[in-house]
Design a protein around this ligand. Structure first.
Ligand code: BTN
Length: 343
């Protein structure tokens, strides 16, 4: 991990403390025990990282704008969480945040550790697909969770993450986000985020889970030209203007910590009603890929464990634990048809 000289951050800290006012180069230099030339070099380095710093021959320096980087210096002071992200690892570029989080997990990293990257060279999606991870266009991060949970219950965590993310997108951007069971977030029927959960267990109990989240934040339509298995979009496209990744990440950490605590304390059933409200599939005819087989049916509801109840033509009601929803089709009327009303 390439880290900048910590003196940069001290210079930045003092500029931030000053708010909209100028801070003279002489004061900066004396407070940090530096020469004015050294201060100027640190200012140049911060500018190189994207910090917009105005300089004035008499008044000194003033911070105008911070870059939308997910570096700890910008994220950690804004955390409203108790345990999530308190161990925070940031990389300008990495192969995959999930891979690194798995490595940290094996080395004993604590519950709530977060790995974030501006860019991934081998970003992974589900079913061994590639996850587009262009520098600063998306948000790519992984969370390490160490709550020992029965394996079947642990898989519900993906839905807890999805709920937190869908809520944040609705609350902050007023976009009608929904959850394409079990791990995708849609806006206007297009995928804007995906979740990849990797679990390590001893017998029936999880040792840890790594939850990887990729959000298409500021991609343009041209950059998302595909091909993708499911139509893709970004929050910027749906909003009509770019979004601040720092805000989204901080909101998410806060929301997820709350939802996860609720999940652990009250159980999954407590979240079911909200999950149904955010669902992109309930009440619709959908297609699910399971291995080589594609099953079509009506999405009736969820079981208390978070599996999907699907009414198929030839096999009646099926309980689907895993699968990839490849098509979300038309709404069906619960009144009409063979048994759909039971959902
Ligand atoms: C999917 O929809 O298939 C899941 C995509 C998950 C992508 C994220 S980006 C951060 C983390 N690191 C990875 O390599 N993958 C996940």
């Amino acid at each position: 991990m390439v880290r900048q000289d910590p003196t940069h951050w001290q210079v930045l800290h003092l500029l931030k403390e000053q708010g909209n006012d100028f801070l003279s180069g002489t004061i900066l230099a004396s407070r940090l025990g530096l020469t004015r030339t050294a201060v100027w070099k640190h200012i140049q380095n911060l500018r190189g990282m994207g910090y917009d710093i105005q300089s004035h021959s008499k008044e000194g320096y003033r911070l105008l704008n911070v870059p939308d980087l997910l570096i700890p210096e910008e994220i950690v002071p804004g955390l409203k969480t108790r345990w999530l992200g308190r161990s925070y690892h940031h990389f300008p570029r990495i192969s995959s945040t999930n891979d690194h989080a798995l490595l940290l997990a094996a080395q004993g990293a604590p519950h709530g550790t977060v790995v974030v990257a501006e860019e991934q060279t081998h970003g992974r999606g589900r079913l061994k697909r590639e996850w587009l991870s262009v520098s600063q266009k998306g948000i790519y991060f992984s969370i390490l969770l160490r709550t020992p949970l029965p394996v079947q219950i642990a898989s519900q965590t993906t839905l807890v993450v999805a709920l937190a993310l869908a809520k944040v997108i609705r609350n902050r951007y007023h976009l009608a986000s929904s959850i394409k069971w079990p791990n995708d977030i849609l806006v206007h029927h297009k995928k804007v985020a995906g979740i990849l959960t990797e679990i390590q267990s001893d017998m029936d109990l999880t040792r840890f889970q790594v939850i990887g989240v990729g959000v298409n934040a500021n991609y343009s339509e041209a950059e998302l030209a595909g091909p993708f298995r499911y139509p893709a979009s970004s929050l910027a496209i749906e909003m009509g203007s770019s979004i601040k990744r720092q805000e989204l990440l901080l909101d998410f950490f806060h929301q997820f910590e709350e939802e996860y605590s609720r999940f652990i304390q009250e159980g999954f059933v407590d979240l079911l009603t909200e999950l149904e409200r955010y669902s992109a599939v309930l009440g619709r005819v959908i297609k699910i890929l399971q291995g080589e087989e594609e099953i079509e049916g009506k999405a009736l509801g969820f079981t208390p464990e978070g599996a999907l109840r699907l009414l198929t033509k030839d096999r009646g009601v099926q309980i689907i634990w895993v699968g990839d929803v490849t098509r979300v089709g038309e709404m069906y009327s619960p009144q009409v048809g063979n048994g759909a009303a039971e959902g």
